[in-house]
Design a protein. Structure first.
Lengths: 81, 234
């Protein structure tokens, strides 16, 4: 879980970083379940794994995929967003 | 100079906060002697007088029902803000879109899975007072079902008017139950229905009604979010 967290911060490819955050949520929901909090586990599984990941992926699809693309002023001005 | 003042201020605040916390002592009960701790009160009341099997639900909906109303309002405001921000962009021409036709396997599989997912979500929020889960979880599960359909079928649409009507009705139900409790029970969101027997589907007074309303509301809102984001062209 910590490895996935570090990976999601270090990774320049935002798609991989998003999937790593999904893995964090998955492990977290299993942890919640093991710690006898099934309500929270269910919330985490539904929102963290499914919904947040999907919304991030849609956003990445609509904007830019790599972190460095933000620095590219030309592209920024001339079209994509 | 400014930074120094800020650090000084933080140090003073930290000092007083730490004094307060050192008085309590780690792990001690910080309650007055002879008073029943609030957790015991919740646990006793949940099983004995409210007849709800799931303690978490009874706290979220009954004892802290007003907080839940606030949470639902926060979610509503967030969805409204998202729609407001993305609304302008949607009508501009754009060449990149997430939507493309999916393969036969995906469409057929989604068609098979969609009713099962919606059923699971409905089960989770109807049985919120008996088993783990509740309105929020069930609503999110239903929203993921709609997400699947939206991804599989290019032309699958969800009527915005339908969503807002469902959402408004659910919100009105929640607030109306609260006001009804104010009239008949003496305080906002007071239980006014018979509590039934423990582990029955119809037990816990107003909790099932409120959770079904919350489930519908969350499902409508999150489906709206997904729909708005998906149909926004970059």
């Amino acid at each position: 879980m910590i490895g996935a967290a570090v990976y999601s911060i270090r990774q320049k490819d935002l798609l991989y970083a998003t999937i790593a955050t999904g893995i964090i949520s998955l492990v977290l929901s299993v942890l919640f379940y093991l710690l006898q909090a099934p309500d929270v586990a269910l919330t985490e599984a539904a929102i963290g794994v499914a919904l947040t990941t999907i919304i991030f992926i849609i956003t990445i699809r609509n904007t830019v995929r790599y972190e460095d693309e933000h620095d590219n002023k030309e592209k920024f001005k001339s079209g994509v967003k | 100079m400014k930074k120094f003042v800020v650090i000084l201020l933080l140090a003073v605040m930290g000092y007083y906060i730490s004094i307060t916390f050192f008085d309590i002592g780690f792990g001690d009960s910080h309650l007055v002697e002879g008073v029943v701790p609030v957790k015991d009160a919740y646990l006793n009341e949940t099983v004995n007088s409210l007849n709800v099997a799931n303690t978490v639900t009874s706290i979220v909906v009954n004892f802290r029902g007003f907080d839940t109303l606030g949470e639902v309002t926060v979610l509503f405001l967030a969805v409204t803000a998202l729609g407001g921000i993305l609304y302008k962009k949607r009508h501009q021409a754009g060449e990149r879109s997430v939507l493309f036709s999916a393969s036969k396997v995906v469409t057929s599989g989604s068609k098979l899975l969609f009713p099962a997912i919606v059923l699971l979500g409905a089960y989770v929020f109807i049985h919120g007072h008996l088993s783990p889960g509740g309105g929020f979880q069930g609503g999110v599960i239903i929203a993921t079902g709609f997400l699947l359909m939206l991804l599989a079928y290019e032309n699958f649409t969800v009527g915005h008017n339908t969503l807002s009507v469902i959402e408004s009705l659910a919100g009105i139900t929640f607030a109306g139950v609260g006001i009804w409790g104010l009239i008949y029970g003496g305080s906002f969101l007071e239980n006014f229905l018979p509590v039934g027997t423990l582990n029955d589907l119809f037990s816990g007074g107003v909790i099932p009604i409120i959770y079904i309303a919350v489930g519908f509301k969350v499902a409508a809102e999150l489906t709206g979010v997904i729909y708005t984001v998906l149909h926004e062209k970059g």
